[in-house]
Design a protein. Structure first.
Length: 264
């Protein structure tokens, strides 16, 4: 994994976007620069980059100054960035007892969240690809949703998520319709197609005539996520009991599918 990809992955772990990582790295390579210079360095439009520059200024990762009539932006040093991350981690550790108490108090109440944007998709994939090493998640999907899903996020975003899943040896237990088999090769870049193939799979297939499934469902940890790519609608339910029930139902259905290697 390249340094740029690793930095982007770290930013994603911190809840930031890949474009913010690119913006910070561009400013770092320039030493200081205007929004136009930073945009040229990233290859993105100035308006888009300026929006993210202001977010980084607000959060203290870039500093704003002036050089004559020009507004320039200066990145904080990598050592200072590392210090900020360490401080955030320390602050979080201090809140762990309170968070655990809150978790116990609400353990019996399902938490339902609905999102109608790519942000919801990004969050689900980020959570899955950030699970502990050796984890497993389940996915149930039909062809139409797979075609829409793979077009929803950028090549770079898929690269980050697929790389993290491979690096963390996260297993995918999947039940797809047979009609899904040709979709990844036709829509993914060659690099991402190889990353997808190299993941740890437990794959079963059913014909669409039996598995009348055109949407997408993930089951992971204590969550169930229903994703509707056509409208970018995401609904997640956080509740261990519900996740366990749907996980057991999925496993029973998976056992009737035709086991196969993911040759696509």
């Amino acid at each position: 994994m390249s340094l740029q990809t690793e930095i982007k992955t770290i930013f994603v772990h911190l809840g930031r976007s890949a474009i913010e990582a690119e913006t910070y790295l561009a400013a770092l390579s320039l030493g200081s620069g205007t929004a136009t210079q930073i945009a040229q360095k990233t290859g993105e439009g100035r308006t888009k980059v300026y929006f993210h520059v202001k977010k980084l200024v607000r959060d203290g990762l870039l500093k704003e100054s002036r050089k004559g009539q020009l507004q320039i932006f200066i990145p904080i040093a990598p050592s200072e960035l590392s210090g900020k991350v360490s401080q955030w981690a320390t602050d979080l550790r201090g809140l762990v007892p309170q968070l655990e108490a809150a978790q116990k108090a609400s353990a019996e109440t399902p938490m339902i969240e609905v999102s109608e944007s790519r942000t919801g998709y990004f969050r689900v994939y980020d959570e899955i690809s950030s699970m502990p090493i050796g984890s497993l998640f389940r996915v149930l999907q039909g062809k139409a949703s797979m075609e829409q899903e793979l077009k929803l996020l950028s090549h770079e975003t898929w690269s980050i998520f697929f790389s993290r899943i491979v690096d963390r040896t996260i297993s995918t237990k999947a039940l797809f319709t047979e009609e899904c088999q040709t979709v990844p090769r036709s829509l993914l870049s060659s690099e991402n197609f190889e990353r997808m193939q190299s993941r740890k799979w437990n794959l079963a297939l059913m014909p669409e005539s039996i598995l009348k499934m055109q949407q997408l469902m993930f089951i992971y940890q204590n969550k169930v996520a229903f994703l509707f790519p056509e409208t970018a609608l995401v609904m997640t339910i956080t509740h261990q009991g519900i996740a366990d029930i749907l996980g057991a139902t999925f496993d029973a259905l998976h056992s009737f599918g035709e086991k196969t290697e993911p040759v696509w």
